[in-house]
Ligand binder design. Sequence first.
Ligand code: GLV
Ligand code: MN
Ligand code: MN
Length: 399
Amino acid sequence: MGFEEMWAALLPIGRDPATGGYHRFAWTPPELQCRAWFLDEARRRDLDVEHDANGNMFAWWLPGDGSRDDAVLTGSHLDSVPGGGAFDGPLGVVSAFAAIDCLRERGAGLRRPIGVAVFAEEEGARFGIACLGSRLLTGAIAPARARALTDGDGHTFAEVLHNAGLDPDAIGPDEDLLGRIGCFVELHVEQGRALREPVGVASSIIPHGRWRFDFRGEGDHAGTTALPDRRDPMLPFAGMVLAAREAAERNGAVATVGKVRVVPGGVNAIPSSVTAWLDARAPEDEAVRRTVAEVDEAARVAARPHRVSVDLAEESYTEVVDFHRALRDRIAATLGGPPVLPTGAGHDAGVLSARVPAAMLFVRNPTGVSHAPAESAEPADRLAGVEALTAVLDDLACG
Ligand code: GLV
Ligand code: MN
Ligand code: MN
């Protein structure tokens, strides 16, 4: 199966025909279909499939002596944000299989194992914490906290794991698996407008995090409740959204409110509560912290006259990631000096980098759009990505 055939097989899965956006949330039917696709492709290539306790999957090509140590891991994720693009995640997995095919066609001899990873719940679209699978693997989140996370329907992560045939009590760091990974190289579609050549190499991931604001007032009738009698949480919520934009501008950050839950959500009812999630990122840790503190202060000031309470919870925070210098330089040399660029997007490679040397390849995105249906990579650039990954794996694992 060549790249385009693999790509075509994945394309319809979880795609909303009306918008063209993808809905592949962890362990929902479309994501399970993507997992089944991965297992088929692994079996087709006689790769050795490993499921870890955290819902991550690995397909290993082992050297002749069967050694499993010092592996070169590649791959990415198959889940999506709500209404996401086709490329964020799957491009790295499909390219990994295609690169293995190229190496085999060339008769490359393997010195080190090559693995294709699929990390679970990378987007955090279902349980709220991005890179949940790699965070659990590396010990970046406590298993007890992960087990208690709930999805939008109130199902816990523990329940969902159990229904998927996994033991929720077994989740957590896996030192044996981590000890076998010599390095991780994730290929990913570029998610901004900075890459003007077919392939680039990542230098860093900027600090980023997610915060939840709970505004609580009093539900009441939209027609009979006089304005002075209202405790309407929607008003300070609106103030908080505008404050986020202003705070981001002041601090050289970006801030986004992309998800809101209004209870009870009736056209003719004053809400009793509004929950809103703030995503904030900046090149400096300090700028992110200041942005969130300023938004919090503005929300409280806006809430007071309406007798609304405000609670702020940090759901996740990831400090700056500087990718492994020697690995990145070696990859850049192998590829003949491609552009080296930072990114504002989070990745499993960033989480893994706390424990193993990690690096990333980016494939040009002509629209510059991501987490939306217009996300794209031209066929010629996809092949350039496969060629680049093949050269990198050849250098690191073959010969
Ligand atoms: C993941 O893609 C993120 O940056 O939120
Ligand atoms: Mn993403
Ligand atoms: Mn991604």
